[in-house]
Design a protein around this ligand. Structure first.
Ligand code: SF4
Length: 338
């Protein structure tokens, strides 16, 4: 197995960082996750604001360092990469952010962002070769070069700007694209087509995708497997079909019940998912204050992960009869989901 990125028991604390005393704010808590070169997959990381999903993305991208644990790129701690390894990492791992507008220089035509990438990574030996590469990448994401090149950022729609950012990422033929809420600022009518494009790139080029989102509907549409985060903890993980159709963790159920349904006879859940910051006491279930099924045990210890099937794991005492899974083994469940 060739591992591109591996997060090993990664915890990220903010503030004073005293997790044991309950004083720190948790970004992510003891998360393990692997992106395998030979088995490209699309993994949705789902949760509300403050769940830790963007912190996890930043850790995978090397934009933040873990407080404990480590993030490895091709087996080497990201903090110890040489200049050439770092350069290879920047080619292998690309990011698509929520707001593409910030990536563009308003004084240049939109292709400037792509030309910079071609130049910086020496992808073409001539202007004609560069243009050919850019045209190919644009076509792959559904943009017509002749209708797009030469325009300023404000002359494109949000969806077109985001597609162009996906094209820029594609120029490098990455192994992994981390897409952080890539369609949350795009018109609803464009969301599905951009996500279909990303899924198409996965299928055509074998690119893995980590799809960070608060939106269960799009996560279901685009991904193969899913991790649900709550206050920095993975509370449920597994193949997307069974997580969505048969959620096991009470928080996942709440998320799914909160998705608006077009049926007027079926009301939304009365309780909305919390968007509070992830301040957590590490000796209880992070969901205990809001869980309708809480038991005494839930206030006395943090639930471990229980393996409820070959492709599912849930951090909840309701499933304590199932096989207990070390958090570092989470990947064995996700691997089974592919
Ligand atoms: Fe609810 Fe207890 Fe399960 Fe936490 S461990 S989700 S409080 S039942």
């Amino acid at each position: 197995m060739t591992t591109i990125i591996e997060a090993r028991n990664v915890t990220k604390l903010f503030g004073n960082g005293r997790l044991r005393s309950g004083g720190g704010t948790v970004g992510v808590a003891d998360v393990s996750f692997t992106v395998d070169d030979e088995k490209p997959t699309i993994t949705a990381v789902v949760g509300e604001s403050g769940s830790g999903k963007t912190t996890l993305a930043r850790l995978l991208l090397g934009l933040a360092a873990p407080t404990t644990g480590e993030v490895l790129y091709r087996g080497k701690d990201m903090r110890r990469l040489t200049r050439s390894e770092r350069r290879r990492f920047l080619g292998d791992v690309q990011v698509v952010f929520q707001d593409p507008y910030d990536t563009y220089n308003p004084f240049y035509p939109v292709e400037h962002a792509l030309q910079l990438t071609v130049r910086k990574f020496g992808l073409a030996s001539s202007a004609a070769a560069a243009r050919s590469l850019i045209d190919e990448a644009m076509s792959a994401v559904g943009l017509r070069p002749e209708a797009t090149l030469g325009k300023r950022p404000h002359q494109l729609s949000g969806g077109q700007r985001q597609r162009l950012m996906v094209a820029r990422a594609l120029l490098l033929r990455p192994k992994l694209i981390v897409a952080d809420e890539p369609v949350s600022m795009v018109d609803a009518s464009m969301r599905a087509s951009i996500l279909t494009t990303i899924r198409g790139l996965h299928e055509r080029y074998g690119i893995s995708v980590v799809y960070i989102t608060h939106d269960l509907t799009t996560a279901y549409q685009v991904s193969h497997q899913m991790m649900v985060l709550y206050k920095g903890d993975v509370v449920e993980a597994g193949d997307v079909e069974s997580v969505i159709r048969d959620p096991q963790h009470p928080y996942t159920r709440l998320l799914i019940d909160s998705v608006p349904k077009p049926d007027p006879d079926e009301p939304w859940a009365l309780e909305r998912p919390s968007e509070k910051a992830a301040r957590v006491t590490p000796t209880t279930c992070p969901f205990v204050d809001r869980c309708s099924r809480a038991m005494d045990a839930c206030s006395q210890a943090k639930p471990p992960l229980f393996r409820t099937s070959s492709t599912r794991a849930v951090a909840c005492f309701l499933y304590e009869d199932a096989h207990r899974l070390d958090r570092s083994e989470l990947n064995t469940v996700l691997t089974g989901a592919r």
